[in-house]
Design a protein around this ligand. Structure first.
Ligand code: CTP
Length: 400
């Protein structure tokens, strides 16, 4: 894991209207502890001033390849950077970069660096869709650069909406963080489930539980930061969607079971952090149940046990992880689930702990392995626990 602290980041800004967002990117990166060297194209200075970046980063801003006394700036900046980020990358900048031009400081830095380069294209939707731009984008990807697709959304005033928008600064920073971390799960596909499911009783009511989705989202985010392709299968979440994973939304346990089964071919790991509802109304009412008939009793039926029913569909070598939330006999019950559901390990936590379980930001768990191991971990944030879980997933994957 590589945090932002101490990282040298070369933030390139080319000249499009989205350049105003680059100020916030610089601010977030600097606040996270990175040393941010901003390099602007001449056109970028028409949209936002070097002084803005200087104030936000506390460092000199570079704009000119030909300024006396700074002849070797591009070599030094490019060599010292742990990563080069260009946000926004305009159509013109992409064209120049794709041709290996070095006619301004930023383009020259791209050629002179041996560090990873991430480009965030942003432009009018027609310019982005143009075959010339798409060819340049493909060529840049083939040259080893990472290009993050622009968002779909509102473009410059009066230009409507479409693909071409610069992602939000927080999203850009998440991608930079991912590129700075060890890509220990690169090439792996991790399927994570999160949140509760909802079982309809009638068109306006449902059966569910208190799961917030925090744990599953923390695991999905951490796996994505480690370079994995992540499929997050999510019931209704109380937390914002994570940046990175592709998200499949489901409502019922049956839908979650279907989505998991569909995601399994080609997967390397399945982490079932969701709390699927165990019961559904045996016969959901077609119309709203009225109170005038007196209290209704609802006949329940069991839902599918997703982990149990995936056993036949698990690709060979899949690392399978479950959770167990118990009020009583924690270790005994969790061990039984570990065996019944044929898991590699299970994360057991007690619903009676004050700083653990549904909705909390922290968790206190014991990890029980199929090899008989038992690891009681101290209270930690769900983010830290996500890393503990993924360290174990990685160790198992390495051993297979
Ligand atoms: N799980 C599942 N399908 C369900 C219910 C749970 O795959 N229908 C998964 C959960 O995601 C978790 C593990 O099974 O990883 C254990 O869930 P838990 O609710 O603790 O256990 P249950 O099997 O539902 O047993 P019980 O509710 O009786 O404790």
């Amino acid at each position: 894991m590589r945090p932002f602290g101490g990282a040298r980041i070369l933030l390139g800004v080319s000249g499009g209207i989205a350049a105003y967002k680059a100020g916030w990117v610089a601010r977030l990166l600097a606040a996270a502890g990175a040393e941010v060297d901003v390099v602007m194209t001449r056109a970028a200075t028409q949209f936002i001033t070097p002084l803005t970046f200087e104030a936000l980063t506390g460092r000199a801003v570079h704009t000119d390849i030909f300024s006396p006394g700074h002849a070797l700036d591009h070599i030094h900046l490019a060599r010292e950077a742990d990563i080069v980020v260009v946000a926004p990358a305009t159509a013109d900048f992409l064209a120049r970069a794709a041709h290996g031009r070095a006619d301004d400081l930023l383009a020259a830095c791209l050629l002179a660096t041996t560090s990873p380069v991430i480009l965030f294209p942003a432009m009018n939707d027609a310019m982005w869709a143009h075959p010339q731009t798409q060819r340049n984008a493909t060529h840049l990807r083939d040259s080893g650069y990472t290009l993050v697709e622009p968002d779909v959304g509102a473009l410059a005033a009066g230009e409507g909406s479409g693909p071409g928008r610069l992602p939000e600064p927080e999203t850009i920073v998440a991608h930079v963080g991912r590129a700075l971390e060890d890509a220990s799960l690169r090439g792996r596909t991790v399927v994570v489930t999160a949140g509760p499911t909802r079982e309809p009783v009638d068109p306006v009511r449902f059966l569910s539980n208190r799961s917030s989705g925090k744990m599953g989202v923390a695991i999905a985010s951490a796996a994505w930061r480690r370079g994995a392709n992540v499929v997050l299968i999510a019931g209704p979440l109380e937390v914002p969607d994570p940046v990175g994973p592709s998200i499949v939304r489901v409502e019922t346990t049956e839908q979650m079971a279907g989505a998991v089964r569909q995601a399994l071919p080609g997967a390397d790991a399945l982490v079932m952090a969701a709390a699927p509802a165990d019961f559904r109304a045996a016969e959901p009412a077609a119309g709203k149940i009225k109170k005038s008939g007196g209290p209704a009793s609802i006949a329940l039926a069991a839902t599918t046990d997703i982990l149990a029913c995936t056993v036949r569909h698990r690709p060979p070598g899949l690392v399978t992880v479950g959770f167990a939330l118990e009020t009583d006999h924690l270790i005994h019950s969790a061990r039984a689930k570990l065996a019944d559901k044929q898991l590699d390990f299970i994360v057991a936590n007690s619903a009676r702990e004050p700083d653990a379980g549904f909705g909390a930001d922290t968790n206190r768990v014991t990890i029980l392995g199929a090899d008989g191991s038992s690891d009681a971990l101290p209270v930690m944030s769900k983010t830290a626990l996500a890393d503990q879980i993924l360290d174990r997933v990685e160790a198992l994957l390495r051993a297979r």
